[in-house]
Design a protein around this ligand. Sequence first.
Ligand SMILES: [Fe+2]
Ligand SMILES: [Fe+2]
Length: 168
Amino acid sequence: MIAAEIEREFNTHIQFEMASSYLYLSMAAWCDGQGLKGFSNWMRQQAEEERLHVMRFFDFVLDRGGSVRLAAIDAPQATWESPLAVFEAAHAHECEVTRRIHALVDTVLEIRDHAANAFLQWFVNEQVEEEANAADVVARLRLVGDDGRGILLIDQELARRTAPVAAE
Ligand SMILES: [Fe+2]
Ligand SMILES: [Fe+2]
């Protein structure tokens, strides 16, 4: 069984991961509107990855005999100043996700829920990659600055990001 406190906090996190997916989908739409199909593709795959994160929490709560209660999700931001601003926002968002995952680990350790801790460790590792992926694009966008050709070069590269694979 899952403790009521963990069930509640995991439900809150399900909402946050879904909001993340929604945010990245909004970023994908904005990038597409700028003619940046590669940036849009990166964001689409990122949105899909966040949906898979939702499903990990969703299945874990149900497998432990808990209830999933989906909450309302606010409309995400729809416009940004530049591709750099989009990726800076994505990176800041991932840092917030990491903070929340670490807070969840603190909570499950307090009540010694070892199964929940083992489950969360996948996310602790995943967040290292999530922050690095966004930071990597931010760094390259800062290098090229306002150079349109540089931005298009990065766009071509991000077009190659493939769809994430669901957990078994
Ligand atoms: Fe996530
Ligand atoms: Fe993420």
